[in-house]
Write a protein that binds this ligand. Structure first.
Ligand SMILES: Nc1ncnc2c1ncn2[C@@H]1O[C@H](COP(=O)(O)OP(=O)(O)O)[C@@H](O)[C@H]1O
Ligand SMILES: Cc1ncsc1CCOP(=O)(O)O
Length: 176
């Protein structure tokens, strides 16, 4: 596992996305940060030192997903406050938002926007789609209808919906 992580990082990814436990494990596997053990109990902020270390060492962006998402280039840290805990009740949301991050990063190449900004916007897009699905679905919402509603909103949402609903924050700027 540690060797595979090292091989993948050697390919110089633009962005690494994981939940807190995954980023803590990655930091431990690549030998630059310590972890208290890998389980699902970590909040995203717990993994921020590991995320910053990985980002600095490998000159990439690291996104830690969770209730609040943290996105860092090793120095600056942005936060995304959208989404819902029900996203953790369906499989492949982490994989899906990671694919969306790749699409946003590629789309932003050739524009002034950084990979960090593109990554934060992809997370906001995905999580606003989740919020819109929850608003529209009959209550109570379970994982089955939520999965379908989320897919619908990922198709239906427009840029202006994201602009008005995204909740970004700045955790640290370059000089902090
Ligand atoms: N408690 C939560 N509240 C709001 N959004 C969440 C919550 N947990 C996860 N998300 C969102 O769900 C998506 C998948 O993240 P996550 O569940 O951390 O991935 P993974 O499936 O790899 O564990 C991300 O867009 C993240 O922001
Ligand atoms: C078991 C499985 N099936 C499709 S993706 C996946 C693993 C990743 O799931 P998630 O993105 O929710 O962490």
């Amino acid at each position: 596992m540690a060797n595979l992580c090292k091989e993948l990082l050697a390919l110089k990814p633009a962005v690494v996305r994981g939940n807190a436990s995954e980023i803590l494990a990655l930091g431990a596997a690549t030998g630059k940060t310590q972890t208290r053990g890998v389980d699902s109990s970590h909040g995203a902020e717990d993994a921020l030192p590991a995320a910053r270390a990985i980002a600095s060492l490998h000159s990439c962006v690291v996104a830690v997903s969770g209730e609040v998402d943290f996105v860092t280039d090793g120095d600056c840290v942005a936060m995304v406050h959208n989404g819902d805990a029900l996203l953790q009740a369906i499989t492949a949301t982490g994989c899906s938002v990671t694919a969306l991050i790749a699409a946003f990063v590629v789309a932003a190449r050739g524009t002034p926007e950084s990979d960090l900004v593109a990554t934060a916007h992809a997370l906001a897009f995905f999580n606003v789609a989740a919020e819109a699905a929850l608003e529209r679905l009959p209550k109570p919402v379970g994982p089955g209808s939520f999965r379908v509603g989320l897919l619908d909103q990922l198709y239906l949402l427009r840029g202006e919906d994201i602009a008005s609903r995204a909740k970004f924050g700045v955790y640290a700027t370059r000089s902090d």
